[in-house]
Design a protein around this ligand. Structure first.
Ligand code: FPP
Length: 240
């Protein structure tokens, strides 16, 4: 993607990293091998997004529903995240931008939670891309959490119930202060949101692609961006 296309670039891209299991199955490999390759793809694509000037990238790494998977698979995904965090600690580079985790980290292993807190504190305020990793994340749970907090503020008298508006809910989401998601990409052929960024993606352009996430390359992101640029975004209006 050429830099001169920047005005047409989405500010915030969301990616549902789907198809790892099928990628592994086609190769007669364990599902964990698909996730391992998926984690490599994540590194490549997040760097590519940074290099072409994307401001925010949110990837869906583990949903609130993924706890239903076999423990072995859950452990494999958590270990990939651990490896990534260790790697970032060893090669801390300002250019890598800000790393944030969105979702409920409370049920995660303590060492992982500490690493997450550490990397978020270390990378906060950096220039360049912000990468959100959605971990134990669900869009509905995120909205419920924001509504609960708004209710607490109202009950304690800090705000009146009338003050609960879109801006307040926005400020109580994990993504407070970030722009809405402009483009959601789901590889692997599935065509649904699966509880991803339900609030932030209200007006997102959806691009579904047949490639499996472990095979997803920068050229596939370019294709999604070209599709995005062809779409006419009207936000409920009638367009120009
Ligand atoms: C969905 O594919 C993928 C996941 C539930 C896990 C995604 C996690 C990673 C790519 C690793 C995260 C690590 C880092 C460093 C961000 P699936 O398993 O549902 O695929 P299938 O539909 O083909 O079975």
């Amino acid at each position: 993607m050429q830099q001169d296309a920047t005005p047409l670039l989405p500010r915030h891209i969301g990616i549902i990293m789907d198809g790892n299991g099928r990628w592994a199955k086609r190769r007669s490999l364990p599902r964990s091998a698909g996730h391992r390759q998926g984690a490599r793809t994540f590194r490549t694509i997040s760097r590519y997004c940074r290099d072409i000037g994307i401001e925010y990238l949110t990837v869906y790494a583990f949903s609130t529903e993924n706890w239903k998977r076999p423990q072995e698979e859950i452990d494999a995904i958590m270990n990939l995240l651990r490896d990534y965090l260790n790697e970032l600690e060893r090669h801390s580079d300002e250019d890598e931008g800000v790393l944030r985790f969105i979702g409920d980290t409370a049920p995660l292993a303590e060492d992982l939670r500490l690493r997450i807190d550490e990397v978020q504190a270390r990378t906060a305020g950096r220039p360049g891309i912000t990468v959100n990793i959605a971990l134990n994340y669900g869009g509905r749970a995120e909205i419920v959490r924001a509504v609960q907090r708004a209710a607490e503020l109202a009950v304690s008298g800090e705000i009146s119930p009338d003050a609960v508006d879109e801006a307040l809910v926005n400020s109580l989401l994990y993504t407070a202060g970030q722009p809405p998601v402009d483009l959601i990409i789901r590889p692997s052929g599935e065509q649904r949101l699966s509880n991803f960024m339900l609030w932030q993606g209200a007006y997102a352009e959806l691009v579904f692609m047949d490639v499996l996430w472990p095979d997803f390359a920068p050229a596939d992101l370019d294709r999604a961006l070209e599709e995005y640029q062809r779409r006419s975004r009207r936000f409920g209006g009638i367009g120009s």
